[in-house]
Write a protein that binds this ligand. Structure first.
Ligand SMILES: Nc1nc2c(ncn2[C@@H]2O[C@H](COP(=O)(O)OP(=O)(O)OP(=O)(O)O)[C@@H](O)[C@H]2O)c(=O)[nH]1
Ligand SMILES: [Mg+2]
Length: 449
């Protein structure tokens, strides 16, 4: 028999409420032991709420709470499940949990409620992953993508792909039953077409990996350049907050300052750095060294140049020496430049007036997503690294299958590869879920989820 698990599902600290969850075959008995209300939890109707007192084994009153009963299979986990909403102090919640554990539940592992939901068929593996994505989403766009995945959009897409592969295997296996006849050229061509179309479906999904990584992990972007270029001003502007000290004195920023910002709905970490210059000041030199290292480790590098130092003149082409090969060059303080059209090609902004900032954000997004910002970002599935790994395996087995079929090899051999492709696709939704995969996924969850 499954053990009954329990945990505090709300974050630690003080709050209006704390929720304690109990799930498993003994959830209602455990609740009976600690709850004194107008009804016993085990005799309550499902999805009904009762008010009562929470007591421990010595009948000391620990809290007043609302208790909700969900019965197997109509609960988050698919098991009998009880939720207790009590007062949100960390001590009171942990005392209630201790009473629950003393009454026969055991402490849940991270993600164990969701793992049980998956094991009991309440959701597929992509939906279970979406629960975690939704909880950890940093921007509205990331939250929306996670909510779509939670709804089952990615799972449905994978099931469609799986269906296409299954049909192809079935088609192929019809020939295995009649080995002496082999595959006639006409059927061979139809099969090949089918396999290629499955291949392009896999590639379409693989193409969403970058978007998925961006939404889930975000990107870091380092602001670099000479002292006084306006790096700290730009950081503050992008954050919409007065975070870093801005001053006319060159060499103001010494340490790197890293802050989260949402640009175009994507989560970014924007890092302000010390102005890069030769210096004898040991503290500033350390700052410059850190600035270089930070910039090299960042996903994107933005090279900010004070446009007033460029002195554009008619007939003279200004060249700005790049700091990094792949940098995004940005000229700042254009509000102070009268001959703007004489400035070199590139992004031009003013941190004082805000001019050009939108175009700058668009350029950052185009770099980050790999497609121009005006192009609509696919609203559907955006796969994660695990899905990507499975799909790559599926694609490679499929391409071997296509190769074998093209060479006129026996249908059995082609079928082996197709089956490998099928099982890799099935792994995404958890059809062939090994303990190891599940352990990896759910251990990253928080306790109580
Ligand atoms: N007119 C004008 N002044 C700006 C603009 N951006 C920054 N400044 C001014 O330039 C000076 C330097 O700005 P910071 O943001 O501190 O420059 P920084 O690149 O962080 O400088 P360090 O930290 O010393 O490397 C400040 O006086 C800002 O007010 C701009 O777009 N236009
Ligand atoms: Mg600065």
């Amino acid at each position: 028999m499954e053990e009954t698990i329990a945990a505090v599902a709300t974050p630690p600290g003080e709050g209006a409420l704390a929720v304690i969850r109990i799930s498993g075959p003994r959830a209602l008995n455990v609740a009976d032991a600690i709850f004194r209300g107008s009804r016993q939890p085990s005799s309550m109707e499902e999805r009904k709420v009762a008010f009562g007192r929470i007591i421990d084994a010595k009948t000391e009153v620990l809290d007043e709470a609302l208790l909700t009963v969900f019965r197997n299979p109509r609960s988050y986990t698919g098991e009998d499940l009880v939720e207790i909403s009590g007062h949100g102090g960390s001590l009171v919640a942990s005392r209630v949990l201790a009473a629950v554990l003393a009454a026969g539940a055991r402490m849940a592992r991270p993600g164990e409620f969701t793992e049980r939901a998956f094991l009991n068929g309440k959701m597929d593996l992509t939906q279970a992953e979406a629960v975690m994505d939704l909880i950890s989403a940093q921007t509205p766009r990331a939250a929306r993508a996670a909510a779509h995945q939670l709804e089952g959009r990615l799972g449905d897409e994978i099931m469609t792909l799986r269906g296409e592969l299954l049909e192809t295997v079935a088609h192929l296996e019809a020939f295995i039953d009649f080995p002496e006849e082999g595959i006639d050229p006409e059927s061979g061509a139809i099969l090949l077409d089918r396999m290629k179309s499955v291949g392009s479906h896999i590639n379409r999904l693989l193409a969403t990996a970058n978007e998925g990584r961006l939404l889930r992990e975000g990107l870091s972007i380092a602001l670099c350049g000479a002292p006084n270029a306006g790096k700290s001003s730009l950081l503050n502007l992008l954050l919409g907050a007065d975070r870093a000290i801005v001053h006319a004195t060159p060499g103001t920023t010494r340490d790197t300052i890293e802050e989260r910002a949402s640009l175009g709905g994507y989560p970014f970490r924007v890092i302000d750095t010390a102005g890069l210059r030769e210096t004898t000041d040991p503290v500033e030199r350390e700052g410059v060294e850190r600035a270089r290292q930070t910039a090299e480790n960042a996903d994107l590098r933005l090279h900010l140049v004070d446009a007033t130092t460029l002195h554009p003149m008619d007939g003279i082409t200004i060249r700005i020496a790049p700091l990094f090969d792949d940098e995004l060059l940005v000229m700042n303080k254009i509000d102070l430049v009268s001959d703007r059209n004489l400035l070199p090609e590139g992004l031009k902004i003013s941190c004082i007036t805000g001019k050009g900032i939108e175009a700058l954000v668009d350029a950052i997004l185009a770099r980050a997503t790999g497609h121009p910002e005006e192009e609509a970002v696919p609203d559907g599935a955006a796969i994660n690294t695990r899905h990507q790994e499975c799909l790559r395996r599926a694609a490679s087995a499929l391409s071997v299958a296509i190769d074998l079929l093209g060479k006129g090899e026996a249908p059995e051999l082609v079928a082996v590869e197709l089956r490998a492709s099928l099982s890799a696709v099935g792994e995404i939704v958890g059809e062939a879920g090994t303990e190891e995969i599940l352990g990896k996924i759910f251990s990253s969850f928080c306790i109580g989820k």
